[in-house]
Design a protein around this ligand. Structure first.
Ligand code: AMP
Ligand code: ZN
Length: 433
């Protein structure tokens, strides 16, 4: 099966744009039923009927995470409460949760987007799907779950953690597709080795990665270690969750499901549209949601949108690069801007380096110090001191080339750092500013 919804997935650009405009108008009219947008439209004298093209959208203000927080719990609800059939909340650990509501229609459409994405990766009804993302309010559990069931795969709703059991299940149930965070996949690959097992013991063929940024070098490492193909799946709770954009088999960016989302890339500093192909903040407008339409929602994720629309896979939905970082995870160290993903890219390319690392920032005598703690493979760790010294130098050198900063490197034994079982926490910024 090449497409799940062939008619939609092979629409031409003009068909996509016509559908977007039609749905945008409906969305704006619906949004006006929520207390937040009713007030916003009133304050800014916005009449949704004045929007005549998708470009006109840029006249409307952005919606920010803080707006969702301040409107907790129901300020964005655009339907009657009894039409709502489920809520999810974003995984943020600080501040007020942001809550997203769904009607039965919304869940049905979301499920379809996920099923569509899984088909793009090449999954089919004969596959066994082990969902290794946590269930609950987090959307990576139920979101993928229902999409995989709709496709007809056998679904194992195991959730995150309990790694030995996960690996036994791979073997006992012939799991062929897994959905996992890349940081947890790195840990699982270590445990598989510790158990004396390898890819030949399993039936795995596809991995779906999502929920956190990772580098191309990490993907290469994991594809080699599991002997599978890995696909990038992007989403955020505010836009339902996974299934907003998904990589096709060309592996050149993720198709944004533009029949459901209108995507913009803006300069995060000015709010103005970024130039074609420029990196900027990703902004989405929902186009097919009843319970909680969101208009120009600022994701804080940084990426670029490829200008070409045609793809050899037959889809004309525009493609988003991998997420390069977040506007709020950029570190400024001695005045230099650094994204954790740049550091990860360097580390994961080095064969001596293991699967886990941390970035620690301290300020000593008013000077920023960046320390990278990195696990290396066991044989190396117990080898000669001279080799370790050389390795430390090599890592320092490679990092300096990439991020232009001197770092201190602490080499750690495998397993010394706490493993990730979901979204990884890697940066520890102890600087007091
Ligand atoms: P949450 O709504 O709590 O599930 O978190 C959503 C956030 O996770 C997004 O805004 C991204 O920062 C991150 N995320 C999700 N999927 C990916 C992905 N495939 N690559 C990079 N980051 C991702
Ligand atoms: Zn494609």
């Amino acid at each position: 099966m090449k497409y799940w919804s062939e008619e939609i997935e092979t629409m031409s650009r003009s068909e996509i744009e016509a559908l977007q405009l039609k749905r945008l108008k409906t969305t704006l009219a619906r949004a006006a039923h929520s207390p937040f947008y009713r007030e916003l439209f009133r304050k800014n004298s916005i009449n949704p009927e004045d929007i005549r093209s998708t470009e006109d959208l840029t006249y409307l203000p952005f919606t920010r995470k803080n707006d969702l927080r301040l409107s907790y719990p129901r300020g964005f609800l655009a339907v009657k409460e009894d039409e709502v059939v489920r809520m999810h909340a974003s995984s943020g650990t600080t501040g007020q949760s942001t809550v997203i509501y769904h009607t039965a229609h919304d869940l049905n459409e979301w499920t379809d987007l996920v099923t569509r994405s899984l088909v793009v990766a090449g999954a089919g009804e004969k596959d066994v799907f082990q969902n290794m993302m946590s269930y609950g309010l987090f959307t990576g559990g139920l979101g993928l779950h229902y999409g995989a069931e709709r496709l007809g795969m056998m679904v194992i709703p195991i959730g995150g953690g309990n790694t030995h059991r996960q690996i036994e299940f791979f073997r006992d149930f012939k799991t062929s597709v897994i959905h996992i965070t890349p940081s947890y996949a790195l840990h699982v690959s270590d445990v598989i080795k510790d158990m004396g097992l390898g890819p030949v013991d399993f039936n795995l063929r596809l991995m779906i990665f999502g929920a956190e940024p990772y580098s191309e070098a990490t993907r290469d490492k994991l594809e080699a270690s599991f002997r599978v193909r890995a696909f990038n799946c992007y989403g955020l709770t505010e836009m339902n969750g996974p299934g907003v954009a998904f990589e096709c088999r060309q592996s050149e960016g993720m198709h944004v499901w533009e029949d459901n989302y209108l995507v913009e890339i803006i300069d995060p500093a000015t709010g103005q549209p970024a130039g074609p192909g420029e990196i900027g903040e990703v902004v989405f407008t929902t186009l097919n949601r009843e319970a909680m339409p969101l208009i120009r929602y600022r994701t804080r994720d940084l990426a670029q949108l490829f200008p070409e629309t045609e793809c050899p896979c037959g889809r004309n939905f525009r493609r988003l690069s991998r997420i390069l970082g977040r506007t709020d995870d950029m570190l400024i160290v001695r005045g230099v801007n650094v994204f954790p993903s740049q550091i990860e890219h360097v580390l994961m390319k080095l064969p001596e380096v293991g699967t886990n690392y941390q970035i620690i920032l301290n300020r000593v005598d008013n000077l920023d110090r960046m320390t990278i703690r990195v696990e290396i493979y066991g044989k190396m760790f117990h080898g000669e001191a001279r080799e370790l010294r050389l390795l430390r130098k090599k890592i320092q050198h490679e990092l300096k080339e990439q991020i232009l900063l001197s770092t201190e490197i602490e080499l750690m034994e495998p397993g010394a750092l706490p493993p990730s079982q979901g979204k990884a926490k890697r940066v520890f910024d102890n600087r007091e500013i």
